[in-house]
Write a protein that binds this ligand. Structure first.
Ligand SMILES: N[C@@H](CCC(=O)N[C@@H](CS)C(=O)NCC(=O)O)C(=O)O
Length: 215
């Protein structure tokens, strides 16, 4: 059986949980507590699997995979249906661009280790860290809102009427934004898509509060 090293609140793990559920793939969840014991992602047993000390990691037989987008693309190649990437090259590029706007432009700046570095190494206080967090989410969400509104390929979901890799990334980022109190009024399309996804069982079962390690 597939094995996923995950943390309930990790949005990169949440992306992979959604994709696994959309594809109907059963997996064993192995919790990695990102705060306990100084962060279990730094334990030698975990960095042997992923030297970057980040979750998620997916184990599929002899294959040990890291990076959520690479993992989801792997799942797409090994279990093509139901697809989370469109059939046409331009559609795939659009979905990947939406996904990477979140995974490459927003999320890395607001990751736990970045916030901790601001706090512990640079002495940035809690209010300023919140301003930092919001800034990168707002910049990314403003761009994504436009990418969605200004493109006729946006449907019930980010691209058409079935969930794609873009929705796998958008929903966890939306969850994080709400958790950090980012005002979401300026992003009606993102909110509408978030609600559409929230109505689907694969998304509900992937949510942080539905995880065995939820606190
Ligand atoms: N680009 C990576 C990001 C992975 C990542 O940042 N994971 C976070 C949780 S969402 C993590 O493990 N953080 C641990 C830390 O910051 O020490 C991916 O998409 O898998």
């Amino acid at each position: 059986m597939l094995k996923l090293y995950t943390y309930f609140r990790s949005s990169a793990s949440y992306r992979v949980r959604i994709a696994l559920n959309l594809k109907g793939l059963a997996y064993e969840a192995v919790p990695v507590h990102l705060l306990r014991d100084g962060g279990q992602q730094h334990a030698a047993a975990f960095t042997a699997l992923n030297p970057t000390a980040l979750v998620p990691v997916l184990i599929d037989g002899a294959a040990t995979l890291s990076q959520s987008l690479a993992i989801i693309e792997y799942l797409e190649e090994t279990h093509p249906e139901p697809a989370v990437l469109p059939k046409d090259a331009a559609g795939r590029a659009r979905v990947r661009a939406l996904a990477q706007t979140i995974a490459c432009e927003v999320h890395p700046l607001d990751n736990l280790r970045v916030l901790r570095y601001l706090e512990l190494q640079l002495g940035v206080d809690a209010d300023a860290r919140k301003v930092w967090y919001r800034h990168w989410v707002e910049l990314g969400f403003a761009a994504i809102e436009r990418m969605l509104v200004e493109d006729a390929r946006t449907g019930r979901f980010c691209h058409g009427d079935t969930p794609t890799l873009a929705d796998c990334c958008l929903v966890p980022q939306l969850f994080n934004a709400e958790r950090f109190g980012v005002p979401l009024e300026p992003y009606p399309t993102i909110r509408r898509i978030g609600e559409a996804c929230g109505g689907l069982d694969p998304f509900r079962r992937a949510a942080p509060q539905a995880q065995p390690d939820a606190e």
